[in-house]
Ligand binder design. Structure first.
Ligand code: 5GP
Length: 116
């Protein structure tokens, strides 16, 4: 099994503000938030990068997206909007090698790639 900081969070070996968990997915606040709301959705199944997810496991990524949307509805910002991002490898800025979906919300984030 892969051993990243996120696995330690899932196993409660290091503290985190876990805001969501079900049989497949867990989510916690990012330690260095890039928006007023910044939550990471992580599958319990191990894949280091999105490159490593085979077609037959696409549902793993789908569950991250639907969990994020459910959280957005529960928190009341689904209609105002939010951004979801998955980084991959060096050029994508990935630093933790267990796949995860960033959910950013709570302020106008601007057009993607446009400086605010
Ligand atoms: P990546 O750069 O791999 O797409 O995203 C990794 C994210 O994990 C970063 O936004 C970083 O701030 C967050 N992160 C790294 N270490 C920890 C930690 O120990 N706790 C929490 N809650 N977030 C972390």
């Amino acid at each position: 099994m892969t051993d990243t900081i996120f696995h330690k969070i899932l196993n409660r070996e290091i503290p985190a503000d876990i805001v969501y968990e079900d049989a497949y997915t867990y989510a916690f606040r990012d330690i260095a938030p890039q928006a007023p709301v910044h939550v990471l959705f992580v599958p319990k199944q191990d894949f280091a990068t999105i490159n490593d997810v085979p077609e037959e496991s696409a549902v793993v990524i789908g569950r991250l997206a639907t969990a994020a949307a459910r959280y957005a509805r529960q928190q009341g910002f689904a209609e105002r909007g939010y951004r979801v991002v998955m980084n991959c490898n060096g050029d994508g800025g990935q630093t933790v090698f267990q796949i995860h979906l960033h959910l950013l919300a709570g302020a106008p984030l601007g057009h993607f790639g446009t400086p605010r």
